[in-house]
Structure formats: C-alpha cells, structure tokens
Design a protein. Sequence first.
Length: 429
Amino acid sequence: MSDGRFAILDPAAGISGDMLLGGLIAAGAPAQWLRELPGRLGLPDVGVRIEEVDRCGVRATKVTVVLADGSHEPPSEAIHQPHVHPHSHEHHHAPHRHLGELIGILERAPISEWVRARAVRAFRLLGEAEGRIHGVAPEEVALHEVGAMDALVDVVGGIEGFERLGVDRVYHRPVAVGSGWVRAAHGAIPIPAPATALLLEGIEIAPNGPVVGEATTPTGAVLIRVLSAGPPPARWRMSGAGAWGAGGRDPEGYPNALRIILAEPALEAGEVVVLSTDLDDLSPEYLEPLRDAIFASGALDVQIWATQMKKGRIGFRVEAIVPPAEADRVCDAMIRHSTTAGVRRHSMERHTLARRELEVDVGEGMNVRVKVLDAPDGPRVKPEYDDVAAVARRTGRPAHEVARDLHQRALRLVSPDGAAKAVTPNKES
C-alpha cells in the first residue's frame, strides 16, 4: 500500500491515542473516515469530534471520542488537578468492558488484516501490562465504558489512519513521558504510570524538557509498540512539514501536541549494503514475487540475472542494494520468499545523483510520478513505468508514446535550477 513514503512520530511532548488521531487527520487522513469509524466498529452511540485548536502558538487538530451522553476521557493532569487515571483496573460508578470483549469486537470488525493484526496485538499488550500490575488474567482486565470506547477508536483509528495515508512504515523519535504524579483509583502514582512504563520497555525515552504531567498514556505507548519499526533511517528527507495532533491539556511554555512527519528515503545515501544469493531450485515464475518482496522490505534496487552453477545447472543471482538500517529486514525477506540456504552480505559506498520526485497531471484524474535527477549538466527526468502503463491502458495509446510525451512535459516543468513548477495540462509552460 506504500508509495515509498514513511512516517516518523515525534513524541517530544508525549503521545496519546487522541494526539495520534489528530495528527493523522492533519496529515491528510479523511475526517469523514474517522467520524464513520465508530459505526463500522459496531459502536452507534459513539461519536467523534474534530476541531482545530492552538497549542502554544502551533495550529493543531484535536480529536475527541464522545459517548451519547456527552461523556469523554478527561486529559491527564498533574496531581494538583486530580482525576482517576483512565486506564486503572478499577473505576467506580461506571460500567466496564473486559479486554477479551474488546478483542472480540476487533475480530468481527470490517477492517483489513493489516489493521486487525496490529489492533488485536495492541489490546493483548495492554491486557498483559495491566494484568501484571493488578494480578489478573489479561482478558479479564476491565476498562470503564468511556475508556473502553475511547481505546477502541484510538487504537483502530491510529493504525488504520496510516493505511488511509498509504503509509505502512512508521518510525519514532525518543518518547517524552512527562513528570510528576497523577491520581489513579487507589491514590497517587508517579509518572510514567505502571502500565505505560511496562509498555515502553526497550524504547528510548526523551528528555522531558518543559513537559509536566502525564505526557504518554498507555494507549499512546502501545500504539508505538505495534506501529513503529524503531528509530528513523539515518538518511531521509521531509515530504511534509509536519502535522500536529493536539493533546487535551494546553499548558503554557510548550505545545502539547504530537508531530507526525511524512518523509521519504534519501536514496542518494552513500553507504549501502549489498545482499546477494544464488538460486538453482526456484522456478523462474516466482522470481518476480521475490523481487516485489525484497523491494517491499526496503531495498533500493534489485537485480536478477541468469548464472551457470555447479553440475551444469542453470541458476539465478539475486542481488539487492539496501540502506544499512534495512539490511536485516531485507535479508529476512530474501530468505523467506526464496529457496536459498543463505545470503551474502557486504558493505560498499556509491556515488549517486541527488534525486526527487514530481507529479505530472495528465488529466482525467490521473497523475504520473516522474523521477528527477539533478545532474551537473541539468535535470534528467524519467516517468515511472507503472504510471505510464496505467495511462496507456486507460487511453489506448502506445506506452512508448505516452512515456515520450511525459518525458518532454516533465522537462518543461523543471526549471534550469531543478525546481519543479506545479502546473496543470492546460496551463503548461
């Protein structure tokens, strides 16, 4: 589902479920999709309120999950503004939902398997953490009604929102947990709350700076656990300036908001890892699925060529060029999707031209991606083959003619200094 972009969560002021939902809407996920999500989950009495707010001078999107009676989860505050911690095992005077029941809702919900697997894992992790703290079986951990409905929408929406953005790779920067104390059902507890601390095991914690109160909630922590592959790659560039999802509190001195950065790989990175293997027992018809799996795992380039192996057998050499941070993931994909018994691996340096991408509007709702290489003698352009083929199928024109016309148009759309000018077909310069 990914177009090569990935997302970086920047929880410098912490992360919660509503902060992530707000950031996803600000990043371009449809507001109507989120408003309709409770109904798809079988929660007709649950609504979603979306509003633009100010957080210390930063414009951010605030999402609130609201029950029919208007109740919603309160923001976490420091001890001088006491409340019952939303993820406490006990919460008096309110109906409860057990985590086993919530997982049952997820297993029946009309969501993709990519979303379902991560959402179910998130609730199992929440149950294990709360269960260890309170000494109960994970599926018997109870959330009060407001917290349960809020958690369902936060978890499913926080995962499915990336699917709606076409992003299936998520990374994160160090996580702020906040400072001070919060009140739970049994009294004051230090920040991070016990469940949050368990869920953040192994995750780098950021300096708290000015952050006061509970910055990261259990729901925020578990979403990082199920979504993120870890720290961002060593080299990347922003494809969006950053989208901000607001927390419930509005303290002075810092924006209480989560930033989501949409980024793309810096493909001109100089250091790479080359992975290679030889195959003589894999049918050639399965080489293309193998190539696709290697690319999907993060490879920059994949080459396959025929070789002659021992005993006169015809085989294939598969070689992938990979960023160092993705080498283990790509190696696993090569082994899993082929019949190889091992993969060779070595590091090298390469010199490449800086590259970027623009889109050319060809009309009828179709855009074609064009790679732009900044060469010493001026920009070089190449339309993406898949997009060219799609235009050719839709228009009936020969693909090579479509590619030639797009190449000429793209060159006219790039100024001598390499900066792209966004124009439509009938306003071509």
